[in-house]
Ligand binder design. Sequence first.
Ligand code: NAP
Length: 320
Amino acid sequence: MSDAKIHDLIIIGSGPAGYTAAIYAARANLKPLLFTGMGDGGLQPGGQLMITTDVENYPGFPEGIHGPELMERFRDQAVRFGTEVVYENVDKVDFSKRPFQLVSAGTTYLARTVIISTGARARLLGLANEKRLMGFGVSACATCDGAFFKQKDVCIVGGGDSALEEANFLTRFATKVHVIHRRDALRASKIMQDRALNNPKIDFVWNSEVVDVLDNGGNPPKVRAVVLADTRTGARSERATDGLFVAIGHIPNTDLFQGQLDLDDKGYLKVKPGTPETKIPGVFAAGDVADSVWRQAVTAAGTGCQAALAAERFLEAEGH
Ligand code: NAP
């Protein structure tokens, strides 16, 4: 089945980048169609802020705002100006000919321009309680949630630059930060290692895997401990703590584009530096899907705006 119409712009993804692109494009009368993604493959409607509680660093909200509420506002603003939101995944794309083709739920959509804002997802340990307690003491983002752990004891799992950077950041709030790593050597760069090893508020728990997270049974629940397994002996132990940060890397949501667009060695979409342009004219990327470094809602929104303006200029230059 095909909806036959050629859309000026189709946006894939509904985080801050996608909705900001939609707001700009809709105000420019491009009537964008935006696919939210439906949760599988990491692409969830609203993006990563949907698994955050309070967002305190998004400008314009001095009292903070809940992640899901912020994303509802993004969506309402995009819809107000004429964005059509489709609550489906995009299952297939073909950028080899114009108009570009996108297949969603058995229907083929045609587009003159496409903005990819499918984001990234935090790599998680894969524990049932990790998922259940996300936002209740478990977090995959120290920048977002660190400030809720003032004078608390926290654990962070991972041995790379992210884990150590986040551990350092968390010492601004927490009384003690325990870095739990599955080996006895860190993957992080020397400078990050030195900084963490010299920080008196950080200690290291080597050769240990987090195999469970326990809560206090309250409503809402609160993390009270992690269960560790020694990677050499398998011996299990419980460690009391107020929070668990998971910093074992991110996975960009780029499976859909493999073979059609260039990816960097970490799997992120490659764009021409300082622009939202991919290697295919008319296909743009915005937000975390093309950013392994900054990964903030506000930076994603900024690049979403750039992508919409770039799409608008592209269409104008093509006489549409
Ligand atoms: P990373 O370098 O891939 O490190 C991931 C860490 O998590 C590794 O120590 C890994 O352990 C551990 N890990 C992975 N899966 C695990 C699992 N299932 N259970 C337990 N531990 C697990 O990822 P990253 O730290 O997010 O860094 C990503 C990239 O961004 C890197 O290139 C990094 O240099 C860069 N970065 C740089 C900075 C900076 O320079 N300031 C800050 C952040 C990130 P193993 O070591 O045993 O594999």
